[in-house]
Ligand binder design. Structure first.
Ligand SMILES: NC(=O)CC[C@H](N)C(=O)O
Length: 363
Protein backbone atom coordinates (compact mmCIF):
# COMPACT_ATOMS: atom_id res chain seq x y z
CA UNK A 1 0.00 0.00 0.00
CA UNK A 2 1.47 3.37 -0.93
CA UNK A 3 0.22 6.51 0.71
CA UNK A 4 1.04 9.28 -1.77
CA UNK A 5 0.39 12.15 0.62
CA UNK A 6 3.48 11.29 2.70
CA UNK A 7 5.39 9.32 0.06
CA UNK A 8 5.41 6.33 2.36
CA UNK A 9 4.70 2.69 1.83
CA UNK A 10 3.80 0.66 4.87
CA UNK A 11 4.77 -2.94 4.48
CA UNK A 12 4.63 -5.66 7.12
CA UNK A 13 8.06 -4.82 8.58
CA UNK A 14 9.07 -1.38 7.55
CA UNK A 15 7.87 2.08 6.55
CA UNK A 16 9.54 3.04 3.26
CA UNK A 17 9.91 6.73 2.57
CA UNK A 18 10.25 7.72 -1.06
CA UNK A 19 12.18 10.71 -2.35
CA UNK A 20 13.01 12.12 -5.75
CA UNK A 21 16.08 13.03 -7.77
CA UNK A 22 15.06 15.90 -10.08
CA UNK A 23 17.42 16.84 -12.95
CA UNK A 24 17.52 20.24 -14.62
CA UNK A 25 16.43 18.55 -17.88
CA UNK A 26 13.13 17.74 -16.15
CA UNK A 27 13.81 14.04 -15.58
CA UNK A 28 12.61 12.68 -12.20
CA UNK A 29 13.88 9.47 -10.58
CA UNK A 30 11.97 8.02 -7.62
CA UNK A 31 13.78 5.97 -5.00
CA UNK A 32 13.84 4.88 -1.40
CA UNK A 33 14.93 7.51 1.11
CA UNK A 34 17.77 7.03 3.57
CA UNK A 35 19.96 9.41 5.54
CA UNK A 36 18.92 13.01 6.25
CA UNK A 37 15.25 13.79 5.62
CA UNK A 38 15.90 17.30 4.28
CA UNK A 39 16.28 18.44 0.66
CA UNK A 40 19.52 19.35 -1.15
CA UNK A 41 20.85 20.39 -4.53
CA UNK A 42 24.14 20.31 -6.38
CA UNK A 43 26.03 19.36 -9.52
CA UNK A 44 25.17 15.72 -10.35
CA UNK A 45 28.31 13.66 -10.98
CA UNK A 46 29.18 9.95 -10.98
CA UNK A 47 32.10 7.82 -9.91
CA UNK A 48 32.87 4.33 -11.19
CA UNK A 49 34.96 3.43 -8.12
CA UNK A 50 34.08 -0.10 -6.98
CA UNK A 51 35.46 0.28 -3.45
CA UNK A 52 36.29 3.01 -0.96
CA UNK A 53 32.78 4.46 -0.50
CA UNK A 54 33.75 6.15 2.79
CA UNK A 55 37.00 7.68 1.46
CA UNK A 56 35.02 8.94 -1.54
CA UNK A 57 32.07 10.61 0.25
CA UNK A 58 34.35 12.30 2.85
CA UNK A 59 36.67 13.78 0.17
CA UNK A 60 36.24 17.60 0.36
CA UNK A 61 36.65 17.76 -3.45
CA UNK A 62 32.99 16.69 -3.67
CA UNK A 63 31.59 19.76 -1.89
CA UNK A 64 28.59 21.11 -3.84
CA UNK A 65 28.05 17.83 -5.70
CA UNK A 66 25.41 15.09 -5.58
CA UNK A 67 27.29 11.85 -6.18
CA UNK A 68 26.05 8.79 -8.05
CA UNK A 69 27.85 5.51 -7.40
CA UNK A 70 27.82 3.59 -10.70
CA UNK A 71 28.84 0.50 -8.73
CA UNK A 72 25.66 -0.93 -7.18
CA UNK A 73 26.72 -2.32 -3.79
CA UNK A 74 27.53 0.52 -1.37
CA UNK A 75 28.15 0.45 2.41
CA UNK A 76 28.20 -3.36 2.33
CA UNK A 77 31.19 -3.31 4.69
CA UNK A 78 31.61 -1.38 7.94
CA UNK A 79 32.40 2.32 8.34
CA UNK A 80 35.74 3.15 9.98
CA UNK A 81 37.32 6.40 11.13
CA UNK A 82 40.66 5.51 9.51
CA UNK A 83 39.01 5.56 6.07
CA UNK A 84 37.59 9.06 6.42
CA UNK A 85 39.38 11.71 4.27
CA UNK A 86 37.94 14.58 6.36
CA UNK A 87 35.84 15.03 9.49
CA UNK A 88 32.47 14.69 7.72
CA UNK A 89 30.60 13.61 4.62
CA UNK A 90 31.30 16.22 1.93
CA UNK A 91 28.90 15.23 -0.88
CA UNK A 92 25.60 17.18 -0.88
CA UNK A 93 23.61 14.00 -1.55
CA UNK A 94 24.04 10.36 -2.55
CA UNK A 95 22.39 8.31 -5.30
CA UNK A 96 22.77 4.53 -5.05
CA UNK A 97 21.46 1.29 -6.52
CA UNK A 98 21.79 -0.93 -3.48
CA UNK A 99 23.07 0.87 -0.36
CA UNK A 100 23.17 -1.22 2.78
CA UNK A 101 21.97 1.71 4.84
CA UNK A 102 21.14 -0.36 7.89
CA UNK A 103 24.62 -1.92 7.78
CA UNK A 104 25.87 -2.23 11.36
CA UNK A 105 28.94 -0.03 11.22
CA UNK A 106 32.50 -0.71 12.30
CA UNK A 107 34.32 1.45 14.85
CA UNK A 108 31.93 4.34 14.20
CA UNK A 109 29.33 2.22 16.03
CA UNK A 110 26.46 3.55 13.90
CA UNK A 111 24.73 2.46 10.70
CA UNK A 112 25.40 4.11 7.34
CA UNK A 113 21.86 5.51 7.49
CA UNK A 114 22.56 7.15 10.87
CA UNK A 115 25.95 8.39 9.65
CA UNK A 116 24.27 10.08 6.67
CA UNK A 117 21.58 11.50 8.97
CA UNK A 118 24.18 12.88 11.43
CA UNK A 119 25.96 14.58 8.53
CA UNK A 120 22.68 16.05 7.20
CA UNK A 121 23.17 14.31 3.85
CA UNK A 122 20.14 12.72 2.12
CA UNK A 123 20.38 9.54 0.08
CA UNK A 124 18.13 7.89 -2.49
CA UNK A 125 18.44 4.14 -3.02
CA UNK A 126 17.03 1.76 -5.61
CA UNK A 127 17.85 4.09 -8.50
CA UNK A 128 18.75 2.72 -11.96
CA UNK A 129 22.24 4.21 -11.65
CA UNK A 130 23.36 2.63 -14.94
CA UNK A 131 20.62 4.49 -16.80
CA UNK A 132 21.46 7.69 -14.94
CA UNK A 133 25.21 7.41 -15.64
CA UNK A 134 24.54 6.70 -19.31
CA UNK A 135 22.40 9.86 -19.49
CA UNK A 136 25.14 12.01 -17.90
CA UNK A 137 27.79 10.53 -20.20
CA UNK A 138 25.55 11.45 -23.15
CA UNK A 139 24.30 14.88 -21.97
CA UNK A 140 27.05 15.98 -19.57
CA UNK A 141 26.89 16.82 -15.87
CA UNK A 142 23.67 18.52 -14.80
CA UNK A 143 22.40 20.47 -11.81
CA UNK A 144 19.93 18.52 -9.69
CA UNK A 145 17.83 18.45 -6.55
CA UNK A 146 17.01 15.70 -4.06
CA UNK A 147 13.47 16.45 -2.87
CA UNK A 148 10.71 14.78 -0.88
CA UNK A 149 8.26 15.78 -3.61
CA UNK A 150 8.42 15.32 -7.37
CA UNK A 151 7.35 18.97 -7.84
CA UNK A 152 9.81 20.87 -10.05
CA UNK A 153 11.94 23.33 -7.97
CA UNK A 154 11.87 27.03 -8.93
CA UNK A 155 15.51 26.95 -10.02
CA UNK A 156 18.66 24.84 -10.18
CA UNK A 157 21.48 26.81 -8.46
CA UNK A 158 25.00 26.34 -9.87
CA UNK A 159 27.11 25.33 -6.86
CA UNK A 160 30.30 25.54 -8.98
CA UNK A 161 29.91 29.35 -8.96
CA UNK A 162 30.15 29.34 -5.13
CA UNK A 163 33.32 29.68 -3.02
CA UNK A 164 33.42 25.95 -2.25
CA UNK A 165 37.08 26.03 -1.16
CA UNK A 166 36.04 28.54 1.51
CA UNK A 167 33.57 25.95 2.84
CA UNK A 168 36.15 23.18 3.32
CA UNK A 169 39.54 24.87 3.92
CA UNK A 170 40.64 24.86 7.56
CA UNK A 171 40.22 28.17 9.37
CA UNK A 172 43.47 28.10 11.37
CA UNK A 173 47.08 27.24 10.54
CA UNK A 174 48.66 24.12 12.00
CA UNK A 175 52.10 22.46 12.08
CA UNK A 176 53.33 18.92 11.65
CA UNK A 177 56.91 18.35 12.86
CA UNK A 178 58.67 15.75 10.72
CA UNK A 179 62.32 16.27 9.79
CA UNK A 180 64.38 19.26 8.69
CA UNK A 181 62.74 20.06 5.35
CA UNK A 182 59.70 22.40 5.52
CA UNK A 183 56.69 22.43 3.18
CA UNK A 184 54.13 25.26 3.05
CA UNK A 185 50.93 23.17 2.62
CA UNK A 186 48.03 25.38 1.42
CA UNK A 187 44.71 23.72 2.35
CA UNK A 188 42.21 24.16 -0.51
CA UNK A 189 40.16 21.17 0.68
CA UNK A 190 42.79 18.53 1.26
CA UNK A 191 42.20 14.84 1.87
CA UNK A 192 43.73 13.56 5.11
CA UNK A 193 45.81 11.01 3.18
CA UNK A 194 47.71 13.78 1.36
CA UNK A 195 48.69 15.33 4.70
CA UNK A 196 49.74 11.88 5.96
CA UNK A 197 51.88 11.21 2.86
CA UNK A 198 53.62 14.59 2.92
CA UNK A 199 54.24 14.38 6.66
CA UNK A 200 56.42 11.34 5.88
CA UNK A 201 58.84 13.46 3.81
CA UNK A 202 58.93 16.86 5.58
CA UNK A 203 57.59 19.11 8.32
CA UNK A 204 54.37 20.84 7.27
CA UNK A 205 53.05 24.33 7.94
CA UNK A 206 49.39 23.88 6.93
CA UNK A 207 47.62 27.18 6.20
CA UNK A 208 44.10 28.18 5.04
CA UNK A 209 43.59 28.95 1.34
CA UNK A 210 43.17 32.67 2.14
CA UNK A 211 46.25 32.96 4.38
CA UNK A 212 48.03 36.32 4.41
CA UNK A 213 50.79 35.14 2.07
CA UNK A 214 52.47 38.60 2.16
CA UNK A 215 53.11 38.08 5.87
CA UNK A 216 55.28 35.03 5.20
CA UNK A 217 58.84 35.60 6.46
CA UNK A 218 59.88 31.97 7.05
CA UNK A 219 61.93 30.00 4.55
CA UNK A 220 60.32 26.91 3.09
CA UNK A 221 61.79 24.17 0.93
CA UNK A 222 58.57 23.67 -1.08
CA UNK A 223 55.00 24.91 -1.55
CA UNK A 224 52.33 22.19 -1.95
CA UNK A 225 48.70 22.63 -3.07
CA UNK A 226 46.40 19.57 -2.61
CA UNK A 227 43.01 18.58 -3.99
CA UNK A 228 39.86 20.63 -3.47
CA UNK A 229 36.34 21.41 -4.74
CA UNK A 230 34.90 23.66 -7.39
CA UNK A 231 36.19 25.73 -10.28
CA UNK A 232 39.99 26.28 -10.15
CA UNK A 233 39.51 29.68 -11.85
CA UNK A 234 37.06 30.84 -9.14
CA UNK A 235 37.69 34.42 -8.01
CA UNK A 236 38.07 33.26 -4.38
CA UNK A 237 41.43 31.76 -5.46
CA UNK A 238 42.79 34.95 -7.12
CA UNK A 239 45.18 35.83 -4.25
CA UNK A 240 46.41 32.25 -4.00
CA UNK A 241 47.13 32.08 -7.75
CA UNK A 242 49.00 35.42 -7.54
CA UNK A 243 51.10 34.12 -4.64
CA UNK A 244 51.97 30.96 -6.60
CA UNK A 245 52.90 33.04 -9.65
CA UNK A 246 55.27 35.18 -7.48
CA UNK A 247 56.83 32.00 -6.06
CA UNK A 248 57.76 30.37 -9.39
CA UNK A 249 61.47 29.84 -9.88
CA UNK A 250 62.50 30.69 -6.32
CA UNK A 251 60.99 27.67 -4.54
CA UNK A 252 59.67 24.29 -5.80
CA UNK A 253 55.87 24.41 -6.22
CA UNK A 254 54.02 21.09 -6.39
CA UNK A 255 50.41 19.99 -6.30
CA UNK A 256 47.68 17.38 -6.80
CA UNK A 257 44.39 17.73 -8.71
CA UNK A 258 43.06 21.22 -7.83
CA UNK A 259 46.69 22.07 -6.98
CA UNK A 260 47.76 21.06 -10.50
CA UNK A 261 45.06 23.31 -11.98
CA UNK A 262 45.98 26.30 -9.77
CA UNK A 263 49.67 25.96 -10.73
CA UNK A 264 48.73 25.82 -14.44
CA UNK A 265 46.49 28.91 -14.16
CA UNK A 266 49.21 30.79 -12.23
CA UNK A 267 51.65 29.99 -15.07
CA UNK A 268 49.22 31.47 -17.61
CA UNK A 269 47.53 28.30 -18.90
CA UNK A 270 43.75 27.89 -19.06
CA UNK A 271 41.37 25.35 -17.48
CA UNK A 272 38.11 24.07 -18.95
CA UNK A 273 35.00 22.27 -17.70
CA UNK A 274 34.88 18.61 -18.78
CA UNK A 275 31.65 17.07 -20.12
CA UNK A 276 31.31 14.68 -17.17
CA UNK A 277 34.82 14.53 -15.69
CA UNK A 278 36.97 11.65 -14.55
CA UNK A 279 35.88 9.99 -11.29
CA UNK A 280 37.04 6.43 -10.70
CA UNK A 281 40.02 4.28 -9.75
CA UNK A 282 41.15 2.73 -13.04
CA UNK A 283 42.12 5.66 -15.24
CA UNK A 284 45.24 4.89 -17.31
CA UNK A 285 47.81 7.70 -17.43
CA UNK A 286 51.05 7.59 -19.43
CA UNK A 287 54.22 9.68 -19.40
CA UNK A 288 55.06 8.32 -22.86
CA UNK A 289 57.08 5.51 -21.35
CA UNK A 290 55.06 3.82 -18.61
CA UNK A 291 51.30 3.46 -18.01
CA UNK A 292 49.94 4.06 -14.50
CA UNK A 293 46.46 2.98 -13.41
CA UNK A 294 45.37 5.91 -11.28
CA UNK A 295 42.59 7.27 -9.08
CA UNK A 296 40.76 10.33 -10.51
CA UNK A 297 38.20 12.79 -9.22
CA UNK A 298 38.05 15.92 -11.40
CA UNK A 299 35.46 17.80 -13.45
CA UNK A 300 37.85 20.45 -14.77
CA UNK A 301 41.08 20.01 -16.74
CA UNK A 302 44.03 22.10 -17.88
CA UNK A 303 43.52 23.00 -21.55
CA UNK A 304 46.23 21.13 -23.44
CA UNK A 305 46.51 23.84 -26.12
CA UNK A 306 47.08 26.60 -23.54
CA UNK A 307 50.49 25.37 -22.35
CA UNK A 308 52.59 27.15 -25.01
CA UNK A 309 54.71 29.92 -23.53
CA UNK A 310 53.80 29.08 -19.92
CA UNK A 311 57.04 27.27 -19.06
CA UNK A 312 54.97 24.13 -18.28
CA UNK A 313 55.59 20.87 -20.15
CA UNK A 314 52.96 18.13 -20.67
CA UNK A 315 54.58 15.32 -18.63
CA UNK A 316 51.64 12.89 -18.68
CA UNK A 317 48.16 12.42 -20.12
CA UNK A 318 45.10 10.12 -19.97
CA UNK A 319 45.56 7.43 -22.64
CA UNK A 320 41.82 7.35 -23.41
CA UNK A 321 41.04 11.02 -24.00
CA UNK A 322 44.41 12.84 -23.80
CA UNK A 323 43.43 14.87 -20.72
CA UNK A 324 46.39 16.67 -19.11
CA UNK A 325 47.41 14.55 -16.10
CA UNK A 326 51.00 15.61 -15.30
CA UNK A 327 52.78 18.97 -15.71
CA UNK A 328 56.43 19.88 -15.16
CA UNK A 329 58.20 23.25 -15.33
CA UNK A 330 62.02 23.25 -15.20
CA UNK A 331 62.63 27.02 -14.80
CA UNK A 332 59.39 27.33 -12.82
CA UNK A 333 60.60 24.51 -10.53
CA UNK A 334 57.12 22.93 -10.63
CA UNK A 335 55.78 19.39 -10.77
CA UNK A 336 52.08 18.53 -10.40
CA UNK A 337 49.62 15.76 -11.20
CA UNK A 338 45.89 15.82 -11.94
CA UNK A 339 45.35 12.27 -10.65
CA UNK A 340 45.46 11.22 -6.98
CA UNK A 341 48.81 9.54 -6.15
CA UNK A 342 47.62 9.06 -2.54
CA UNK A 343 44.79 6.77 -3.84
CA UNK A 344 42.27 6.41 -0.97
CA UNK A 345 40.41 4.98 -2.83
CA UNK A 346 42.28 3.44 -5.70
CA UNK A 347 45.58 1.89 -6.78
CA UNK A 348 49.04 2.97 -5.63
CA UNK A 349 50.62 3.15 -9.13
CA UNK A 350 51.21 6.88 -8.62
CA UNK A 351 53.00 6.55 -5.29
CA UNK A 352 56.33 7.41 -6.98
CA UNK A 353 55.03 11.02 -6.93
CA UNK A 354 56.00 11.35 -3.25
CA UNK A 355 59.50 10.04 -4.04
CA UNK A 356 59.77 12.75 -6.71
CA UNK A 357 58.84 15.39 -4.11
CA UNK A 358 61.53 13.97 -1.82
CA UNK A 359 64.05 14.36 -4.67
CA UNK A 360 62.91 17.95 -5.32
CA UNK A 361 63.51 18.61 -1.61
CA UNK A 362 67.07 17.43 -2.16
CA UNK A 363 66.45 14.65 0.34
N1 LIG B 1 39.82 16.43 -6.57
C1 LIG B 1 40.10 17.69 -6.99
O1 LIG B 1 41.02 18.35 -6.50
C2 LIG B 1 39.15 18.28 -8.02
C3 LIG B 1 39.67 19.54 -8.65
C4 LIG B 1 38.55 20.37 -9.24
N2 LIG B 1 37.58 20.76 -8.22
C5 LIG B 1 37.87 19.59 -10.36
O2 LIG B 1 36.76 19.12 -10.19
O3 LIG B 1 38.47 19.41 -11.42
Amino acid sequence: MENNIFNIEISLFKVYMYRYLILEDGTVYKGTAYGYEGETHGELVFTTSMSGYLETITDPSYAGQILIFAYPEIANYPLSYESMESDRIQVSGLITRDAHAEMPAGNLGISFDEFMRMNKVPGIDGIDTRHLVEKIRRKGVMKAWIRNTEKMPDDFPDTMSENLVGLVSRKRESFVKSGSKRILFIDVGTKNSLINNLAKIASLHIVPYNYDFDSIKDDYDMIFIPNGPGDPAHESLDELRDFIKRSFGSIPVTGVCLGNQIIALAAGARTEKMKFGHRGVNHAVTNGDKIYITSHNHGYAVSRDSLNGTGLRLAGWDINDGTVEMLEGDELKTFSVQFHPEAHPGPYDGEWFFGKLREMLGD
